[in-house]
Design a protein around this ligand. Structure first.
Ligand SMILES: Cc1cc2nc3c(=O)[nH]c(=O)nc-3n(C[C@H](O)[C@H](O)[C@H](O)COP(=O)(O)OP(=O)(O)OC[C@H]3O[C@@H](n4cnc5c(N)ncnc54)[C@H](O)[C@@H]3O)c2cc1C
Length: 809
């Protein structure tokens, strides 16, 4: 065994093997993989090996596409048979909602180049004669679905990596990890120590326990999962003989099961409601290529539906039942990337679909390690999308919810209940008393809208307009015509202090720093000129700044800032030590002025001012800005003052007709002002030139990514963020939710990033990226909403107040 290596990958499942392979592909060959038993000894060996490209996040879908396409290559290069079968797959819909979902999935696939087809139940029956047609109303056929041999794939990755110089040590258990002061690692195994520059936790079923060796509590939990294999079936043999190929795979959402041919019989797996975690507190190290005791009673409800929907299956004998554990993160997507707060420590775990995702996970992690950038938009998989609040118990609640909903639709306006409420701010009870309907982001509850008095604070989940629609319309009118109050604590807030702070931030930010007492908007870029983040920067002293950014990206962004930290600069994540309320609307100044001695007249407190003033008796930082595009103030206080501040503003606002508004109204108001948002319009795959962030780009100073920006300005961006006015279906109006394809001249040319119904302007609006040559004001397009191509016109400016007079008044 080597005594040192550039990288030690811990875990030889399909994911660790893929990471090892991709590191060697990128030229890092002094790499080793350490496996406590044999390769595949965790959840890999007993997997059903199914794979598909479909995923709720298009960026993850792209990586799944890459994974599926990689198998032929590693098979050929390693000489190891991967057992690749590509019979295609049918996703079966039993009701209208599922059919809508399939249409949206098909639409999303269009701009990823996925060639999927909506078919009738009769066509589905022809392709998959085992199904009972009457239970379905349609299906989506994806030719890129198939299955592989899990062991073959893992060995193929390992074989390719070995050919390139990687070493693999089996029967070698990592039982401790120690970091040296220089950031390198001592990997302690039962066969000796390896000194490594980097470590990768690909420990699969034991990823949580490997994390604990270095004081990490990764939000990952294993669940028991069962599939059964039938005896050979005549129906299968007849189909194979008649067609010359195997049956396509099937996914029956109503039955919460998946099915595929396995030799002469069928393999049927379920995601049962009565799901059970495996080793919820600690996974035993003694577990070794073992299976768990099957519990058919637990999956009986799913089997009952399966036997109804596929009657021949009920007649077939069951040859084998497999019950094995595999891991999930709270939202079902992998945990990948550098661990916040630890140098040279990487994870690639919680990969619940190793055969759809393993390749993409390995590729992006290897790029991140070698190039410093994952090369793709992997936000949906970033380990930093969870914070410390994702505790063991939270993870348990969320993973069980996620597992049992695996085949359920999550509607775009749906907020899932498990693990909530967890983080709340002091005004939570007050807002609840005002009938708030709550949502959660990064663990924190925030008000979505306020149901009318006497009515239940609950939103109907739908792809179309919900019961919130008329109420949110009223909230928008309130802000545009009187004054609205909302909570704005769900921003990430950071404080930067210490000598040299200004110089440090200036090097990170595309905009000039504001003067003391002022705020401005800025972007931060990577060296290739892609957007790392978008922030409001408020300066309260020469070297004293508040930064406000997207709350869900708090751990993601703070990892980036801390990774670039300069000597003498202090960077603090403020979290809920600073909370906020926001006043917006033409009456906002009158309300606030009535409770402060500081003059808020525009000449004394112009737009984009940020100062420390007293509001009533409460010490506060007040920024004159709002995302609504109206006159507005964000008032930031320590949490112990937030209730008093709420009561003060509420009382003071009564003569001005104050009311409450929530996040849904905010999203509607910002759309009519053409304000983009993080992780929608601004993401790491876009550049500030594409995103038209020109006002935040000042080329009079040096900043990370500047050379790339200059080059792009010179040649012009390939695509441009555009703003569309859509004509919804008058019979059944629906607005975009994001990721819809944009059509032009009969071809898909772009995709929607986000949108909303702009209540005050009575327009259905959307943002999206299209090729720059098509981004011409007045140009006409179509946006595909729930299977319908709706007319869309590209607008040159905000539909409301394009000169920005309301917020400057
Ligand atoms: C019944 C069942 C059916 C499934 N069907 C499918 C399917 O159809 N399609 C699909 O995509 N996925 C399927 N999966 C999921 C799939 O198995 C996982 O996504 C995949 O195996 C995850 O691989 P991994 O490498 O992350 O983890 P693992 O396979 O668990 O590998 C982790 C490895 O790390 C080693 N290790 C851990 N700690 C240490 C240490 N301290 N020192 C040394 N070595 C260590 C372990 O021994 C293990 O070999 C299924 C899972 C189950 C249980």
């Amino acid at each position: 065994m080597k005594s040192s290596a550039q990288v030690v990958v811990i875990g030889g499942g399909v994911v660790g093997a893929s990471v090892l392979y991709h590191l060697t592909e990128l030229g890092w060959t002094d790499v080793v993989l350490v496996e406590r038993k044999e390769l595949t000894a965790g959840s890999t060996w007993h997997a059903a090996g199914g794979m598909h490209t479909l995923n709720g996040d298009p960026n993850v879908a792209k990586l799944q596409q890459y994974t599926v396409e990689l198998y032929r290559e590693i098979e050929q290069r390693s000489g190891q048979d991967c057992g690749i079968h590509m019979p295609g797959g049918l996703m079966l819909a039993g009701d209208r909602e599922r059919m809508d979902w399939l249409r949206m999935a098909q639409a999303r696939g269009r701009y990823l180049g996925m060639d999927m087809e909506i078919i009738s139940p009769a066509e589905a029956k022809r392709m998959f004669p085992l199904l009972e047609e009457k239970y379905f109303i349609g299906a989506l056929f994806d030719p890129a679905e198939g299955h592989v041999d899990p062991t073959g794939v893992t060995q193929a990755y390992a074989g390719c990596a070995r050919q390139a110089g990687a070493e693999i040590y089996q029967h070698t258990w990592v039982n401790d990890l120690r970091q040296r002061p220089d950031g390198t690692w001592d990997v302690i195994t039962d066969s000796g120590e390896i000194h490594a520059e980097h470590i990768v936790n690909a420990g699969g079923l034991w990823a949580r326990e490997v994390g604990r060796m270095i004081g990490l509590e990764l939000p990952v939990l294993a669940m028991e999962h069962m599939y059964l294999i039938t005896e050979d079936m005549d129906e299968v043999a007849e189909y194979n003989a008649a067609t010359g190929h195997e049956l396509p795979m099937g996914l029956d959402f109503d039955g919460e099961n998946y099915i595929r041919q396995e030799r002469g019989g069928m393999l049927l797996g379920t995601y049962e409601q009565a799901c059970v975690p495996w080793s919820p507190r600690e996974a035993p190290w003694t577990f070794d290529k073992q299976l768990l005791t099957p519990d058919l009673d637990r999956i009986a409800p799913s089997l009952e539906i399966a036997f109804k929907h596929y009657p021949a299956l009920g007649e077939a004998g069951i040859k084998n039942v497999i019950n094995g554990p595999f891991t999930f993160a709270p939202d079902g997507n992998p945990l990948v990337g550098p661990v916040p707060g630890l140098r040279n420590c990487w994870v690639a775990c919680a990969v619940m679909a190793g055969f759809s995702q393993g390749g993409g996970v390995g590729l992006t992690l290897a790029r991140w390690m070698v190039d410093g950038d994952p090369g793709e938009d992997i936000w949906a998989m970033d380990v930093a999308r969870f914070g410390n609040w994702a505790s063991l118990a939270y993870t348990n609640a969320k993973v069980r919810e996620n597992y049992s909903r695996r085949f359920r639709i999550t509607f775009p306006n749906e907020e899932l209940p498990a693990g909530r409420p967890l983080h709340t701010t002091p005004v939570y009870d007050r807002l609840t008393a005002h009938n708030a309907v709550w949502g959660a982001g990064f663990g924190l509850e925030h008000p979505l809208w306020f149901q009318r008095p006497g009515e239940e604070p609950r939103e109907d989940v739908t792809f179309r307009r919900s019961n919130a629609h008329p109420v949110v319309a009223d909230e928008c009118t309130l802000v545009r015509e009187r004054v609205g109050l909302t909570e704005c604590s769900n921003f990430a807030k950071y404080r930067v202090t210490g000598a040299g702070s200004a110089g440090w931030l200036q090097r990170l930010f595309t905009n000039r720093l504001p003067r003391v007492g002022r705020i401005n908007l800025t972007a931060a870029l990577d060296p290739n000129g892609h957007i790392v983040g978008e922030f409001s920067v408020a300066r309260v002293g020469t070297d004293d700044f508040f930064l406000f950014g997207s709350q869900i990206a708090e751990a993601h962004h703070s990892r980036w800032f801390l990774g670039h930290l300069a000597d003498g600069v202090r960077f603090d994540v403020l979290g809920l030590s600073l909370v906020g309320l926001s006043l917006a609307g033409p009456g906002a100044r009158d309300v606030l002025q009535s409770v402060t001695d500081a003059s808020l007249a525009t000449e004394n407190y112009p737009f984009m001012t940020f100062r420390r003033i007293d509001v009533g008796m409460i010490p506060a930082y007040v920024g004159r800005m709002t995302y609504t595009g109206d006159l507005g103030y964000e008032i930031w206080v320590a949490p112990e003052y937030q209730r008093a501040l709420f009561d003060l503003l509420w009382q003071a606002g009564k003569p001005y007709g104050i009311g409450l508004f929530g996040f849904r109204a905010l999203m509607s108001l910002r759309m009519e002002k053409m304000f983009g948002t993080w992780f929608r319009e601004y993401r790491p795959i876009y550049t500030p030139v594409e995103a038209r962030m020109h006002r935040s780009l000042k080329l009079d100073h040096d900043f990370i990514g500047r050379a790339a920006v200059e080059a792009e300005l010179e040649r012009g961006p390939a695509r441009t963020l555009s703003y569309f006015d859509i004509t919804p279906d008058p019979a059944e109006p629906a607005d975009v939710v994001g990721d819809e394809p944009i059509w032009h001249d009969g071809a898909v040319v772009g995709w929607v990033t986000s949108g909303a119904y702009a209540h005050y302007s009575r327009r259905s609006l959307a943002f999206g990226y299209v090729p720059s040559e098509l981004a011409v004001p007045g140009a006409t397009f179509e946006v595909e909403i729930i299977g319908q191509r709706r007319p869309a016109r590209l607008l040159p400016e905000p539909v409301l107040d394009p000169a920005g007079q309301r917020m400057r008044a």
